[in-house]
Design a protein around this ligand. Structure first.
Ligand SMILES: [Zn+2]
Length: 322
């Protein structure tokens, strides 16, 4: 479930980026969000793979979202439970020239000439916040567990001025870091570790970033909602009963699926027959017929009828069995 939500999150951010006007004030914020998400997903995958290969008797959790207060969540990519610690690995897959800067703490991306291309949130600061929040969460839940953590750079990034405090590792250093917890006596038993992991899993609330526009603060009117070209993102024109065409000559007979999916990902978790009519310039009957082709849940009566999507994977038409 977590994996599919993040895939959709990536798809949705990519849509926004392609549809926003080049000079839109939120463009670079969306770019950064997408870059961080991709770096996080790729980094997390590598760290998990490495951890599973180590074959330690640890419990490994990922995409952990724990509620600290109403509307306030602790988000952890990778959490490892050992006899002595809960270890957070904040993974970043970056392949650029990066420099950790302080005052304020940030991570600067530079080009080969050393010129600043972009600034990101400092992963070390992020890790320290996550560690403090996890301590608070354990405290609130009356769990005695020491917290440790490291930032793992999984890409081929060239790092300049690594931060003065905190652990910054390459992926292969994880083995050394974690194996210290398996020498000596005491700590949690295997059974207690499994029980703690289960306790955390049952309280995990997956992050759900939809509809995305609300979350990233972009106005509905800043984007195009009618069918767009899958190659160049310009508006499609309907040229015959079944064909829709772009100025770039790209054509399709089904602009509906991607357009509806875009609506659900960015704008609202539900759609009405009237909204479908407006999107495609079709009749009420055609709109009802179109909606029946998708796995949507119909709620309400008459004019208040809405169709709801469940966000489980990409939107697809229901297969006909014949
Ligand atoms: Zn096109």
């Amino acid at each position: 479930m977590g994996e599919s939500i993040r895939l959709l999150h990536e798809v949705a951010l990519d849509m926004v980026l392609n549809l926003l006007a080049p000079q839109h004030r939120s463009k670079s914020a969306v770019e950064k969000r997408l870059y961080s998400l991709r770096a996080g997903i790729a980094g997390e995958r590598k760290v998990l793979q490495y951890l599973f290969n180590l074959g330690l008797p640890a419990e490994i959790l990922w995409d952990v979202n724990l509620r600290l207060a109403p509307g306030h969540y602790l988000q952890i990519d990778v959490l490892v439970l050992t006899p002595f610690h809960a270890i957070i690995y904040e993974a970043k897959n970056m392949a650029d020239r990066l420099r950790f800067e302080s005052g304020p703490s940030r991570l600067d991306k530079l080009d080969s000439e050393g010129r600043l291309i972009a600034s990101y949130e400092c992963p070390m600061l992020q890790l320290q916040e996550e560690m403090a929040n996890l301590r608070k969460w354990f405290d609130d839940h009356k769990i005695a567990c020491a917290v440790d953590g490291a930032v793992i750079m999984t890409g081929s990034a060239m790092l300049e001025k690594p931060p003065a405090s905190g652990k910054l590792f390459r992926i292969r250093q994880i083995r050394n870091h974690i194996s210290g917890d398996y020498y000596g006596d005491g700590g949690r038993t295997r059974q207690e570790i499994v029980a703690l992991a289960e306790y955390i899993r049952t309280r995990n609330e997956p992050y759900f970033p939809f509809p995305l526009l609300e979350i990233i603060g972009i106005a509905v009117m800043d984007l195009l909602w009618t069918p767009v070209c899958e190659k160049c993102w310009r508006r499609l024109e309907r040229v015959s009963e079944r064909r829709w065409r772009c100025q770039c000559n790209w054509e399709t007979t089904d602009p509906y699926t991607r357009t509806l999916e875009r609506w659900f990902l960015l704008r609202s978790s539900s759609i009405t027959n009237e909204q479908v009519r407006e999107l495609f310039g079709i009749s009420q009957t055609a709109a009802a017929n179109l909606l029946s082709k998708y796995p949507l849940q119909k709620v309400g009566q008459g004019k208040a009828t809405r169709y709801i999507w469940d966000y489980k994977g990409r939107l697809k038409r229901i297969k006909k069995w014949k």
